[in-house]
Design a protein around this ligand. Structure first.
Ligand code: URA
Length: 307
């Protein structure tokens, strides 16, 4: 029995949401016919999300052909910043740098036309709005999908919405979000250039950690967002994000700063969550080290220090 079976009013609300979602989906896609209901869709795609991450990032990254992004900087400029790289100067590699050093993969967005990309993301968002795949739907004010275009190839993934995000319908808009924005700007990106999303799209009550079953129900949406965007680098913010994306149970303190591969192909940097940094400002130094590694991986030079 689901809770829908118990409550006819909730069933009617869910049906209305699904009908509205379907109408929106049709108007966005121009499609006729039926899209599977999102709960079923999430269920049916769950099986596809189980790709074990490859433990050998170096081999994986080395074998990936390099593709230029549409917004890639001129190669001479890239080469200049690559030659600044410590290992290019012949210094010893640390374990955490290995993947970054060997990989110069620059994936293009899977969907290169920005209008088409946005259309595909809109389709996913409409399904998310109608989702009742886990109990979190019953306590949400609204779903929280993403912010930013992701045009730079950089994506940040957090845990799940808090009270501010639930109210505004956007990820990372509270205090932790303000710190994340500072981190993004310190890296030399505008907030709109990066894509920000979460493992779960509905707020867990009292800001508790999402349950594994809630993460599993929601992950297919994030996987589809990633499939459209094909980010060059993912920064996983905190233990839940790393666990959700990589399926590992290792703690964030051990994982942070070490390159991993998402689905065997996308460079993923685990680092501390900005909410942790608000409680432990001394850890900002480690996060900045991780973000600098991300910049090097992306062939970007560090932004000049502000006076
Ligand atoms: N923390 C998260 O992990 N995500 C948000 O969107 C906000 C706070």
């Amino acid at each position: 029995m689901t809770e829908l079976d118990d409550d006819p009013a909730e069933e009617l609300r869910a049906l209305t949401r699904a009908l509205r979602a379907h109408a929106e989906w049709q108007s966005i896609t121009g499609a006729a016919g039926l899209e599977p209901a999102s709960a079923e869709l999430a269920q049916s795609r769950r099986g596809a999300s189980d790709d074990a991450p490859n433990d050998d990032p170096v081999a994986q990254l080395e074998s990936s052909p390099r593709r230029a992004r549409p917004d890639e900087r001129p190669s001479a400029e890239r080469a200049a910043s690559a030659s600044d790289h410590p290992t290019h100067r012949g210094e010893p590699k640390s374990a955490s740098r290995t993947a970054e050093v060997t990989s110069r993969t620059l994936p293009s967005p899977a969907v290169t036309d920005p209008v088409e990309r946005q259309r595909q993301l809109d389709v996913i968002q409409v399904e998310v709005r109608a989702c009742v795949a886990c109990p979190l739907h019953s306590t949400r004010t609204q779903t929280v999908f993403s912010r930013g275009s992701g045009g730079s190839g950089l994506m940040f993934v957090g845990e799940g919405p808090g009270a501010d995000e639930d109210e505004q319908g956007l990820p990372f808009v509270g205090k932790a979000g303000q710190l994340l924005d500072k981190m993004i700007e310190a890296m030399g990106f505008s907030c709109d250039e990066v894509y920000v999303a979460n493992i779960v799209k509905c707020r867990p009550p009292n800001n508790r950690k999402p349950e594994p079953s809630e993460m599993a129900a929601c992950l297919p949406f994030l996987e589809r967002q990633m499939a459209v965007l094909n980010p060059e680098v993912i920064v996983a913010l905190g233990a839940t994000a790393v666990q959700g994306l990589l399926g590992t149970t290792e703690g964030i303190t051990r994982l942070r700063g070490k390159w991993k591969l998402y689905k065997g192909k996308t460079a993923l940097m685990p680092t501390f969550h900005p909410a942790y940094l608000l409680r432990t400002p001394s850890a900002k130094r480690e996060v900045w080290t991780d973000l600098q590694a991300v910049l090097r991986q992306m062939g970007r030079s560090l932004p000049p220090k502000r006076a």
